[in-house]
Ligand binder design. Sequence first.
Ligand SMILES: Cc1ncc(COP(=O)(O)O)c(C=O)c1O
Length: 415
Amino acid sequence: MAFAYRGGVLCAEEVSLEEIARRFGTPCYVYSRAIMENNYGQFARALAGRAALIAYSVKANSSLAVLALMARLGAGFDIVSGGELARVLAAGGNPRKVVFSGVGKSEAEIEQALRAGILCLNLESEAELERVDAIAARLGVRAPVAFRVNPDVDPKTHKYVSTGLAQNKFGIAHGEAERLYRDAARRRNIELIGIGCHIGSLMNDAAPYAAAAAHIGALAARLESAGIRLSHIDLGGGIGIRYRDESQAPVAEFVRAALAALGTRKESLIMDPGRAIVGDAGLLLTRIEYVKPGESKSFVVVDAAMNDLIRPALYDAWHEVRTVRETESGAATDVYDIVGPVCESADFLARDRKLAARPGGLLAVMAAGAYGMVMSSNYNSRPRAAEVMVSGANASLVRERETVEQLFAGERVLA
Ligand SMILES: Cc1ncc(COP(=O)(O)O)c(C=O)c1O
């Protein structure tokens, strides 16, 4: 257990969170390198012996320290913007292992990707095929592409994170796929190399993932009969983690089910996990400012807020909250809402939690490594939190806390 109590104090690997708070301040994201490596290893082991690429989904946590760790482990990267591509390159990632997804790639982003020599552009519309073809012709290159096909499979998760249904904005309709592949195959500046899908996030069960794999595998077979041979199948990400008491199928089961659904197909397999690699590897460390007992509700007001971690406000997401001291002496045990200083009623990190809370005490919001820091904002002119990576007995600052001056450094006051 890389986040566990040792001597009554919650630790990240071998470093106490009290020490991290003292050295780096709060609020602060704390990551465990060992958990990330272990999570990556689950994929690597399950895919051993099969031509495969684990393309870590940068959107989940794009900290350079995380990306550099992934690059060292041999990961590829799934990106959705030119900004993410720049981060991957800055962290030492190999552009030949980068797949670029997203419905709205701009001309500048497509050019940037082609110049960097990425593995594959995942096209999401006919108009995007036209755009990529024109840019590749202008640059005098062949653009390596796949289509992201929308298999119309329900991942049975939160409506905001399902992406593979017919009503979602993502991918091309499966009924259109063969026509678009034939069209693309005729273009001199397009090199058709793959096919992909991503049906949504937070899947606890492997069945929808396997159904999407079967669908995409069957489509690859039909394309092959029509003379279009592809070198990879990209099944996307979306494997969930346990936030509360969900029964979560392990990574190996997703891989096994996908490989079984693909049967004898020879294409290499790309998976783009995000949350499953970093989600449980991070926590948000925050200090209690006030304990505010009330008639109908009691509140713990902490120094982190919805601008630091928006998942509870956005998705009603549930994160476990632990006191850093296993037993808080002199603290009032009650059922509290844990809220931040932001002026919104949606500014909560957790609701109705029984806790022993005292002003100055530390809390850890668990499983905040994915879609935490990356979704943070400066709402209420709050500087963004620091980030710390722990490895064994070492805690290193990997992102400085933002300063108030940085918040308005680019702004101008008109005369
Ligand atoms: C194409 C694609 N791949 C991978 C992911 C990562 O999803 P997750 O973090 O749930 O694994 C996403 C998330 O939206 C995505 O759109």
